[in-house]
Design a protein around this ligand. Structure first.
Ligand SMILES: [Zn+2]
Length: 214
């Protein structure tokens, strides 16, 4: 069974869900100010690991912080959308994690500390919430045209007013909460890295990483 079948999304919902993952990567990447995006494409492709994928984003980055942040942003966008659409379920949450498997593997491969991972995820969520209107607009564009250029996405980011407040406020956590969360993320990242995705499960996109790197 594919993730799409497990979620029981109809085609428009699946297309929106997939578009949001790429839009999340792209808009948050641009919003860091330390990355650029060539293109987002909704089309069957192969990941660098040889798995089937249904969309991809080509981008490059200038700092390891920006790279870690943009890697978290695909899943972060899908999570917020599931909540907003009242489609969130534990199954949906695990689908998001499965579809972001290659992102978590890439995060693991950076060798980042738990604190760096926590910081990157927090930054990704903050940028997602600030630029949520632009992410929705980018997903709609991608859905409609099947592709979005870096120029389109950059224009959307700069022309769409940012959200004035987040709709998913989180309580101010204690320091011990930070550390627990960091350990949890590191453990999850480890776990995901050690479980290669089922090759019969389509992943939402492949990361076409730039050789420029940092
Ligand atoms: Zn991704």
């Amino acid at each position: 069974m594919t993730v799409k079948q497990a979620l029981q999304f109809d085609e428009p919902h699946w297309r929106r869900f997939t578009s949001l993952h790429e839009a999340g990567h792209a808009i948050v990447a641009l919003a860091t100010g330390e990355a650029s995006v060539s293109t987002c494409v909704l089309a069957p492709t192969k990941t660098t690991a040889g798995d089937d994928a249904s969309a991809y984003t080509e981008l490059s980055w200038d700092s390891p912080d920006a790279y870690r942040t943009l890697l978290y942003a695909g899943a972060a966008a899908q999570q917020r959308w599931l909540h907003e659409q009242q489609l969130w379920t534990p199954l949906g949450e695990s689908a998001v994690a499965t579809l972001a498997g290659h992102d978590y593997q890439a995060l693991e491969a950076t060798g980042a500390t738990p604190e760096q991972l926590w910081q990157a995820q927090a930054t990704a969520r903050a940028l997602r919430d600030r630029h949520w209107p632009a992410i929705l607009a980018a997903a709609a564009l991608l859905e409609k045209n099947g592709t979005a250029t870096g120029e389109d996405l950059s224009a959307l980011l700069h022309q769409t007013p940012p959200a004035t407040q987040t709709q998913m406020p989180s309580p101010a956590p204690s320091l011990s909460h930070f550390m627990d969360r960091a350990r949890q993320i590191a453990a999850q990242s480890q776990q995901r890295a050690s479980h290669a995705p089922d090759t019969t499960t389509p992943l939402p996109h492949a990361q076409r990483e730039s050789l420029a790197g940092w």
